[in-house]
Design a protein around this ligand. Sequence first.
Ligand code: FAD
Length: 307
Amino acid sequence: MLRQVLLAASRRDGVRRLAETAPYTRSVVRRFIAGTAVDDALRVTEELAASGLLVTLDHLGEDTLDPGQAERIVTGYVTLLERLGSAGLGQRAEVSVKLTALGQVLDGGERLALKNAQRICHAARAVGTTVTLDMEDHTTVDSTLRILEDLRADFPDTGAVIQSYLRRAEEYCADLAYEGSRVRLCKGAYNAPESVAFADRREIDKSYVRCMKVLMAGRGLPMLATHDPRLIEIAGALAVLNERSPEDFEYQMLYGIRTQEQQRLAGLGAQVRVYVPYGDEWYGYMMRRLAERPANLMFFLRSLAGD
Ligand code: FAD
């Protein structure tokens, strides 16, 4: 219930303004977000890379309402990628992109988002790295998978994301478990009706395991995005069962969450990629993190009150 309220609030402009202007939010937000500028993103990437971790960078923004805003997001990504290249970080960091930030839900938005994503993929290729398409609200899944297919014609290393809360998740994983296919598996962070998504956490976890089995037995590169200790343990067992070496799959976690576990896995020789968001438009991202964990909500509310 609380989760649904927070996810609904993530799309309310009034609440967004209150949160963005509250005096102390900045320090709280910094726990989950690298900062607002490209320099912040680069600094955090360098720190994580120095401690043996891989990175995927998210230039924050979503639900773009006009083509000009989409253009600014594309320019932001191109600049970021150029800076990653100059800093020699192309092998350690890739980018994660939300298609709604590139105009996907505007009129004729699917073509615009595809063109914009192609520009970002070109910039990524120029510095020797890749792009992963984040998966958003359930209403955008079909369109995102179509754009992915078109993008992969020219950029086969473009990463996909499948959310295990979707009833069709296992089917999507089977379709995407082919040679060279990079697939991030996550539980799913948006509100979705029961007709398309499991609501029960145990059902979502069971679906995650079924999807992991498909991806780990397949021929692509599974990118297992979760902080859940049980799922991380099962992932390790499936790697052994399917004779996957550490280079043949990734663990992925969010910046600021279970950082010791990130280090522990990397210390064991696993590939661990940290999802690092940066930029001004942190509100929607932050609200989804709060919806996942009430303890974070209390921390955030205290900061709004100036405590
Ligand atoms: P949960 O059951 O939520 O949590 C398991 C345990 O992890 C908790 O008990 C707690 O110990 C810890 N934990 C989890 N969340 C938090 C938190 N916010 N603060 C502190 N501790 C926490 N979702 C999408 O819908 N689309 C995407 O494209 C997408 N990309 C992602 C990329 C990465 C790299 C990751 C890690 C997640 C991504 N997500 C995405 C979010 C994902 O769907 C989940 O909402 C989120 O990861 C929480 O689920 P969990 O698997 O960690 O399990």
